[in-house]
Design a protein around this ligand. Structure first.
Ligand code: G3P
Length: 219
């Protein structure tokens, strides 16, 4: 499974890239707004750091506006994937942009029927929002599994990009469900490292080494 970082924060992306764990980045208007920087400049900055897909979302909600914005975003860098919302005009824009060879991520997906529309329209990625479904007492992970199955049944090339992942179990369950990509906040990526037995084990190894290191190194 590919790991994407769901952030527009440059320091977080730099750290993830230094670990060699970032296959791409997803942003949305809320994440960019949080950074208080120019949208296009930030997307270019991210693209220069990351060797993979960088999702940049349109803010228009009509077909013509999405196409116009999509063209501008796609010209910023080869790594840009244009993100469109799962509404009728977004699905129409997905088809047009995809036919032009522009990569499209269809976002705000909450049902398998919506995911079918995106795949039929040539989307590169579909983004089911796991955490937000869990928030309203539905099973976000079940949706990921159903989309993976439906796409496999028909050989759709659209990649399932599990989004709105809030904790390490969401990442593990997405992998078990066969999602092609999991996009996560930096805090979740960091949590994937954690296990108390790793810390305890390392502490013990170093303590044992400390007791004998002078003798061992002399030999
Ligand atoms: O990738 C989608 C993500 O940004 C939404 O996450 O936690 O706001 O539901 P969240």
């Amino acid at each position: 499974m590919k790991f994407f970082l769901d952030t527009a924060n440059i320091d977080e992306i730099r750290q993830g890239v230094a670990w060699g764990l970032v296959d791409g980045v997803t942003t949305n208007p809320s994440l960019v707004a949080k950074e208080g920087v120019g949208f296009h400049d930030r997307i270019k900055e991210i693209c220069a750091l990351v060797n993979g897909s960088v999702s940049a979302e349109v803010t228009a909600t009509d077909y013509e506006g999405m196409i116009k914005e999509g063209h501008v975003l796609a010209k910023l860098h080869d790594n840009v994937t244009v993100k469109v919302p799962l509404i009728p005009d977004g699905i129409r824009a997905c088809r047009t942009l995809s036919q032009e060879g522009i990569k499209v991520n269809v976002t705000l997906c909450f049902s398998p029927s919506q995911a079918l529309l995106a795949a039929k329209s040539g989307a590169t990625f579909i983004s089911p929002f796991v955490g937000r479904l869990d928030d309203i007492s539905q099973d976000g992970m079940q949706l990921v599994g159903e989309i993976v199955k439906i796409y496999k049944n028909y050989g759709f090339p659209t990649q399932v990009l599990a989004a709105s992942l809030r904790h390490p179990q969401h990442v593990v369950q997405s992998a078990l469900a066969g999602a092609h990509v999991g996009t996560m906040p930096f805090s979740v990526l960091k949590m994937l490292f954690n296990h108390p037995l790793t810390d305890i084990g390392l502490k013990k190894f170093l303590a044992d080494w400390d007791k004998v290191k002078d003798q061992v190194l002399k030999k």
